[in-house]
Design a protein around this ligand. Structure first.
Ligand SMILES: [Zn+2]
Length: 307
């Protein structure tokens, strides 16, 4: 080993050991002293909840995309750059959900751990669309989200060496997620097979549909940006007529313009269509401020509208 290699290796080891020296001891749920907690920065409230379930009081988990904001169009601010600088670990969804934040993530990978939840999903289970886009809305399929959470926990184990602590919290959270999935499956069985068509503002519920045997169509594509084409709206009107679909669903934090266009088109064609309760594809607020209430709110609204 040359002198320069030796110097580089010892410098790297120095950084390595000082990194772990700074890591707080897991406190198994007891409040740790101020300043000792791991600083985790996450992009969405759904990821925030998952990290809080796994790290509990051992971490301060800060959110970048505010509740109610649309992750597809969110652009990071100078404050977000400061938060990112101060964080120990950044956790994002990936699959271009937060595509306008790419610059922030590129800076991050140079200096700290960046975890993409989507890396926990096997490629074969991702929704590859005809236009080569990959659907980022993986959290709406509870089984896929379990894989994502397990993957995130395994990465946190490597970074923190809190293996037993993280594993115990993960096991508890996976049981909770399994219960949500069982409840969702049971409730969605109330919809007759021939009525299992879900039309929403944008194409967010594909993984959800795959999980529960529901055919899903978005008025807009995977992203909320841009406008729905007239041709696509016409094809939805034909489908609504043919399959006697009773209800279509607006989404919280997504523009209602396109869904109104579809309702007007139906009315012009003499078709009666109802607007269902607003679905939550991403934001967790009010009655849907937890992951389980978000999934079950959607399930209940869909059952009510389609059965
Ligand atoms: Zn979306």
């Amino acid at each position: 080993m040359s002198v320069s290699q030796l110097f580089r290796t010892s410098a790297l080891l120095g950084i390595f050991f000082s990194f772990f020296a700074c890591m707080p001891e897991p406190n198994n749920g007891e409040n740790s002293k101020k300043g000792e907690k791991l600083k985790v920065l996450v992009t969405t409230s759904i990821i925030q909840e998952a990290v809080q379930k796994i790290l509990k009081d051992s971490a301060d988990v800060e959110l970048i995309i505010p509740i109610g904001a649309d992750p597809h169009s969110y652009q990071f601010s100078p404050e977000d750059a400061i938060k990112s600088h101060n964080a120990d670990i950044i956790i994002a969804n990936g699959l271009h959900l937060e595509h306008r934040m790419r610059g922030l993530f590129q800076n991050t990978t140079r200096s700290k751990t960046l975890i993409y939840m989507a890396d926990g999903v096997p490629i074969s289970k991702l929704r590859h669309l005809d236009n080569k886009e990959i659907d980022p809305h993986i959290w709406l399929n509870v089984q896929l989200w379990k894989s994502c959470v397990s993957y995130m926990a395994s990465r946190l184990e490597k970074d923190t060496e809190w293996t037993n602590y993280i594993q115990k919290n993960l096991d508890e959270y996976l049981i909770q997620l399994e219960h949500i999935d069982i409840t969702a499956k049971r409730r969605l069985k109330r919809i007759p097979e021939e009525s299992k068509y879900l039309i929403t503002s944008h194409d967010a519920f594909g993984y959800f549909g795959n999980a529960y045997g529901i055919k899903v169509l978005g008025i807009k594509g995977l992203s909320t940006t841009g406008e729905a084409s007239i041709k696509h709206v016409d094809s939805l009107v034909s489908l609504i007529t043919e399959k006697k679909i009773k209800t279509i669903f607006p989404e919280f934090s997504t523009s209602t313009k396109d869904i109104k266009t579809l309702v007007e088109q139906c009315q012009e064609n003499g078709i009666e269509i109802k607007l269902g309760q607003e679905l939550y594809s991403i934001s967790m607020k009010g009655p849907t401020n937890t992951y389980d209430s978000l999934i079950l709110h959607n399930v209940n609204s869909i059952v009510k509208g389609l059965r």
